[in-house]
Design a protein around this ligand. Structure first.
Ligand code: TMP
Length: 262
């Protein structure tokens, strides 16, 4: 059997050629990086959990009419998605001050923002993903004005939906990052949501205790990182009640062992 072709390896995912033209397989790794990959590590089972969490959020967004690249989950670590031309902009949506906003503007972490803020970062690891304005995006042609209108509208809709989804399970959606892609149909292109939405790309705080349930536990060496991701998955109804989740991860490691033997 021919080995499938790897298209790209990123920090947390690998992309393979999909079974049909215009499709891609996203493989979720356990690798974690922070501070532009200056800090590297692994979070056991993260790939399995992010695959499930992202599936849940993307399929929910589909039901409210947000177009996404997600087609279906294939197995524990892989999902089939539409191939897109990635817009080289990371779109960050903030409801509460945290992370780089607290550092840049000296605002205390946890401050509720009087209105939702959208920020744009140019995707370039060599430059450390610098923050840019819509002026830069227009000037360098990274996206058209029409595309930016669609992106901002979708980002706000995703935020409204996700704030409700997470509030319903006792989680405050502090901020998150989205990526968008272009798909071409004849001579026309349109923008759809791409990449993933998971505790790697969101800040999620327990409403009652303010406990961090996201990648900040890795960035800030807070410990119990895998447990935090499991907690998010459990509250989203993706894992068995406490104590039984290990079955999912055991299944994954058993599969890995089988594959290693083959
Ligand atoms: P920041 O406060 O570090 O700018 O991050 C804002 C949000 O974006 C936070 O939820 C984490 C997410 N994020 C990513 O998904 N990838 C990144 O490379 C960075 C820097 C942030």
């Amino acid at each position: 059997m021919a080995r499938r072709r790897q298209i790209y390896e990123g920090k947390a995912k690998i992309l393979y050629e999909g079974p049909e033209p215009g499709t891609i397989i996203q493989y979720f790794k356990d690798d974690a990086t922070a501070f532009n990959a200056e800090k590297k590590g692994q979070i056991a089972g993260k790939g399995v959990l992010n695959n499930r969490i992202s599936e849940k959020i993307f399929t929910s967004l589909h039901t409210i009419g947000v177009p996404t690249h997600f087609i279906r989950r294939l197995n524990m670590r892989e999902q089939l998605v539409r191939q897109v031309e990635i817009v080289p902009i990371e779109v960050v949506v903030r409801n509460v001050a945290a992370g780089s906003m607290t550092k840049r503007l000296g605002i205390e972490e946890g401050t509720q923002l009087p209105r939702t803020v959208i920020e744009y970062y140019y995707k370039d690891d060599k430059l450390g993903d610098p923050m840019v304005t819509e002026e830069h995006i227009a000037c360098f042609g990274w996206a058209s004005q029409e595309e930016m209108n669609d992106i901002a509208d979708m980002a706000i809709r995703v935020n409204d939906y996700m704030c409700g989804l997470f509030a319903g399970i006792g989680i405050r959606l502090v901020d998150f990052k989205l990526e968008f892609g272009r798909i071409w149909e004849n001579d026309y292109s349109r923008i759809i949501l791409a990449d993933e939405i998971s505790p790697d790309s969101c800040r999620l705080w327990d409403i009652a205790s303010n406990r961090k349930l996201d990648k900040d536990r890795f960035r800030q060496d807070l410990g119990e990182i895998a447990e935090a991701y499991q907690e998010v998955a459990r509250r989203l109804g993706l894992l068995q009640p406490e104590g039984e989740e290990s079955a999912v991860l055991d299944f994954d490691s058993a599969k890995k062992k089988r594959e290693a033997k083959d």
